[in-house]
Design a protein around this ligand. Structure first.
Ligand SMILES: Cc1cc2nc3c(=O)[nH]c(=O)nc-3n(C[C@H](O)[C@H](O)[C@H](O)COP(=O)(O)OP(=O)(O)OC[C@H]3O[C@@H](n4cnc5c(N)ncnc54)[C@H](O)[C@@H]3O)c2cc1C
Length: 448
């Protein structure tokens, strides 16, 4: 009788729980170690509902193992952005063509469903309250502390997957001790704080739920995504330091109250009690973490453990789920010869991880500075018009990233080429008046 194939996954977050479904499907006995307690049993108190934008890459990875249909009922489509000006005026920008949307989905909800699927349909066991604190990458061994009993636990498997997030213990205790392992960690100047905008008394939404709301204010911004229960999770992104519009300067309820009243008046009208809710969620930092290679011996890193990024393209989870798509394809290609699978995974996926991070930083500037800039908006309108006329010639960068499975590294290269063309087109002195003329469309076509 052949020996049962075994895998250990460290971290039952978004990637760990999805990858467990994949491995179970391939016949692995999967053991997952998660440092938190079971989120399905934990009381989810008001204000803890954090949502994410799920798009095509995420759905592709979920659908490939039948998880997509089991989480679709949790997803709220968002067809575009609604911008809120300081005067309270609203303007709408569709994200893509008609029928295209990104989806607001509850992190806890989708995570819990995937854990159910891994346990019920697959051959997975999840051990909660187990904190990984050491690893032997070559032997496929992990060491953990059971936080309930304080006991040290050891385990070993054919393969180990580090899905333990941005501050990965496997990376820190294992990979970062290796010779010639590259690692960098760059915190951006901004932090973020989440705010829960409650539903109306009758449970209805206070704003259009089918859009991602943005209050762009130059150096900082507020965004909001709908939750299933009528509330919105709002996130304020702002520098820690530097003048009155910084987290460190908002050090009293009075200042918070004034800040929202003056800067986001329509939001303040919906939530005049904002100053009381300010401390409900901690102020958190944001960093880009790059590493290479993403494997060693019997161990590979997936998701944020390998390539944590800032959330401004809404692609961290989507890109992390795409790691599963790639790993799965390579598993088939190399008939589960893990040495070959991991070697190719590191080489193939690294440029896409880097591109995902570059794109996320780029969109940080777009959302912060450009979405309110009329020339930027005009440029996007021209691109959209051209793309609608000649879809085979031009897929806007946002659509490549969000509504396709084109590799991130290809999308960023295509986007740079498009940007050079648009720089030229925007130099046309009559561009504001003639932007949608056939003449402008022809000029773009000639430059491709
Ligand atoms: C504010 C914000 C907004 C975001 N919005 C979006 C969005 O709209 N769309 C999108 O695609 N992405 C978004 N992201 C990114 C997304 O959250 C991450 O990319 C995604 O969670 C990565 O999944 P992961 O499984 O790799 O890591 P995580 O989801 O962080 O999971 C890691 C798991 O490992 C566990 N763990 C950690 N250390 C140990 C240990 N030592 N032992 C055992 N277990 C351990 C943790 O408890 C956790 O359960 C956002 C991120 C932030 C911060």
């Amino acid at each position: 009788m052949s020996k049962e194939k075994s895998a250990i996954i460290v971290g039952a977050g978004l990637v760990g729980s999805l990858w467990a479904v994949y491995l179970s499907k391939a016949g692995y006995k999967v053991t997952i170690y998660e440092r938190r307690s079971d989120i399905r049993k934990a009381e989810i108190s008001a204000g803890k509902s954090i949502n994410l934008a799920l798009s095509v890459r995420g759905w592709t990875a979920l659908d490939a193992v039948g998880v997509g249909d089991k989480v679709r009922d949790l997803a709220i489509p968002m067809t575009g952005r609604i911008m809120h000006s300081e005067e309270g005026d609203l303007s709408y920008q569709p994200y893509g063509q008609e029928g295209q949307a990104i989806y607001s989905i509850s992190r806890g909800g989708v995570n819990a469903r995937m854990m159910d699927i891994a346990e019920q349909d697959g051959n997975a066991t999840i051990h909660y309250n187990h904190h990984c604190n050491d690893v032997d990458l070559e032997a496929g061994k992990v060491q953990l502390i059971n936080k309930e009993t304080n006991e040290t636990v050891h385990d070993q498997a054919d393969v180990v997957f580090a899905c333990d997030g941005a501050f990965s213990a496997v990376r820190y205790k294992g990979m970062q001790k290796l010779d010639r392992f590259d690692f960098s960690q760059d915190f951006i100047d901004d932090g973020y704080r989440e705010i829960l905008l409650p539903a109306n008394e009758d449970g209805s939404y206070k704003m259009d739920k089918n859009a991602l709301h943005i209050w762009p204010r130059g150096r900082f911004m507020l965004i909001a995504l709908a939750n299933e229960d009528g509330s919105f999770t709002c996130t304020l992104f702002m520098p820690y330091d530097g003048g009155e519009n910084s987290f460190n300067s908002l050090d009293s309820k009075e200042k918070v109250d004034n800040f929202f009243k003056e800067t986001f008046p329509d939001f303040y009208e919906m939530m005049p009690e904002i100053a009381d809710a300010w401390e409900d969620h901690p102020l958190s930092s944001l960093a880009i973490m790059r590493s290479y290679p993403w494997h060693h011996g019997k161990t590979a890193m997936m998701g944020d453990a390998a390539h944590a990024t800032v959330p401004f393209y809404g692609q961290g989870m989507n890109g992390a789920f795409e790691d599963c798509t790639v790993m799965w394809r390579l598993m088939q290609k190399h008939n589960e010869d893990w040495e070959k699978v991991f070697a190719e995974y590191s080489i193939e996926r690294k440029p896409d991880g880097d591109a995902l991070q570059d794109l996320s930083l780029y969109n940080y500037h777009v959302m912060r500075d450009y979405v309110a800039d009329p020339m930027f908006l005009l440029r996007k309108k021209i691109e959209a018009k051209f793309s609608k006329l000649y879809p085979e010639k031009w897929l806007p960068l946002y659509s490549q990233v969000t509504f396709s499975n084109i590799r991130y590294s290809e999308a960023i290269a295509n986007g740079k080429a498009q940007s050079r063309i648009m720089d030229e087109i925007m130099k046309n002195p009559n561009i504001t008046a003639e932007w949608d003329s056939q003449e402008i469309m022809n000029q773009i076509a000639e430059k491709i």
